[in-house]
Design a protein around this ligand. Structure first.
Ligand code: CA
Length: 460
């Protein structure tokens, strides 16, 4: 029966490599031990072996455990079933269960393995996908494992309007937010910085000069670096500024602007203003009232450590305002974003917020640390979501081959939903030839949502 099953399984082996990795357990952390395990498929034992655990952190332990897996029972059938037996992965489908002696159990519906000289092993690049049911739940109560985070959020497929419908109208204006709402966005994003008197306003940069005419209206108010900081202006002053499509922060010598996206809304046409955060929330909540929809807000705390050095507490002020507007609980239609891990931890612990938090992950070295098994396991302790840059999700080679990053599944395995940024139909990723192709790639990336400048053209 076992041989029949295994031959049947091997018939499913092919080019459709699907990365899968099994989730291990925290009670192995810090120990050097051998863990025995069994793999069952549709009620049949199909493999067993041992795995060495050497990790000194939760994620390392998870990683090491399955880098050393060896299956003992399916080698010979594999070698006679395929033309490229040396390298062909074995993909198993069915009700798969991993049973370990001490770590716990994990379940999944597919499992991919690579042949080795003495058996099979899960590929090092495989990812965590299976939901672990631990043998010992007493040590893994959510309150002990996390920094005040409640249960994982359910997975959905949402479109977050990035700075509103910023592909069509100047970013972060009420016009841009309204259009995003009308185009069916699930959430509308607000970047948040403070004014001189600590009013939270919706603005992407700590500077005003890339999206407003501040240099014309207040030519003597730049700091020595030549930039105009929102923190140096009162809200009454900022309200007078004309907002335009994003440009380089200095005008050209002939007085014309140098737009970042020349095909977007013409710079200097019509009339737009910045909004305070309270105005923007009132707009979204007002539209929710008049339409009966439940569109969410998606505020980002911009450079909180910089604000603190200037003597301002961006997070505290913003969270107080969110509370006043009724955003208090984990299930509310809101995500709070930030690039700074320590600030998100502070929001969870010191400021005791239960709002859904998203750890943004840039494409730099710090981002590399976060976008790793160890980094994601740590993020899973305090946040609900990760927002990596798009190139961390997939890359496309010159010949069109799409390479998906395994850590989307790693994030899912530690209870994080994944909302990457940013889809732009007028600025496609390298070697992606059309918006249709981009969306085809996105639909296969197993995402839970994404930020888009064009919320109507990037639904998935
Ligand atoms: Ca943002």
């Amino acid at each position: 029966m076992r041989e029949v099953l295994l031959v049947g399984l091997l018939m499913m082996t092919g080019s459709c490599w699907q990365s899968v990795e099994l989730l291990a357990a925290e009670n192995l952390v810090g120990k050097q031990t051998m863990e025995s395990y069994e793999i069952w498929c549709d009620g049949e034992l199909i493999g067993q072996g041992t795995a060495e655990v050497l990790g000194d952190s939760t994620a390392d332990a998870i990683w090491m455990l399955f880098r050393t897996v060896n299956l003992r029972v399916i080698t010979s059938q594999a070698s006679s079933s395929s033309a490229d037996t040396d390298t062909a992965p074995l993909e198993i489908h069915g009700a798969i269960e991993l049973r370990t002696s001490t770590a716990g159990r994990a379940a999944c519906d597919q499992l991919a393995l690579l042949p080795t000289t003495d058996g099979w092993r899960v590929h090092p690049a495989d990812v965590l996908r299976c939901a672990l049911v631990r043998n010992d739940t007493s040590d893994h109560d959510a309150a002990n494992r996390t920094l005040g985070k409640t249960a994982p959020l359910p997975r959905r497929s949402i479109v977050i309007a990035h700075r509103g419908a910023s592909g069509y109208l100047p970013e972060h204006t009420q016009a841009s937010a309204c259009l995003a709402y009308g185009l069916g966005a699930d959430y509308v994003e607000q970047d948040v910085v403070l004014t001189k008197e600590s009013v939270p306003i919706v603005l992407h940069d700590i500077h005003l000069d890339t999206v407003t005419d501040v240099a014309i209206q207040f030519p003597n108010r730049a700091r020595p670096d030549g930039r105009y900081y929102a923190l140096d202006f009162t809200w009454d002053e900022i309200k007078t500024l004309q907002v335009h499509e994003r440009t380089a922060h200095k005008r050209n010598l002939d007085g014309t602007w140098n737009p970042v996206f020349p095909e977007r809304f013409p710079v200097g046409k019509s009339s737009f203003r910045l909004s305070s955060l309270s105005e923007m929330i009132e707009l979204i909540q007002g539209l929710n009232h008049s339409t009966g929809k439940r569109v969410g807000i998606y505020p980002e705390l911009k450079h909180p450590s910089w604000h603190r050095k200037q003597g301002y507490d961006l997070s505290k002020v913003t969270l107080q305002m969110l509370t006043e507007f009724g955003y208090r609980d984990h299930g509310d239609a809101i995500y709070v974003q930030c690039f700074e891990p320590e600030e998100l931890k502070r929001i969870r612990t010191e400021l005791k917020s239960e709002l859904p938090l998203i750890q943004l992950i840039d494409s730099d070295h710090d981002g590399d640390q976060l976008w790793s098994p160890a980094g994601l396991a740590e993020i899973g302790r305090y946040a609900d979501a990760v927002g990596p840059s798009l190139e961390r999700i997939f890359t496309v080679a010159a010949d069109g081959q799409v390479n998906y990053n395994p850590h989307v599944a790693t994030a899912h395995s530690v209870g994080l939903v994944v909302h990457p940024w940013t889809l732009r139909t007028d600025s496609l990723p390298d070697n992606v030839t059309s918006t249709d192709k981009l969306m085809e790639i996105i639909r296969h990336a197993d995402l839970d949502g994404f930020f888009s400048d064009f919320p109507d053209r990037t639904r998935f």
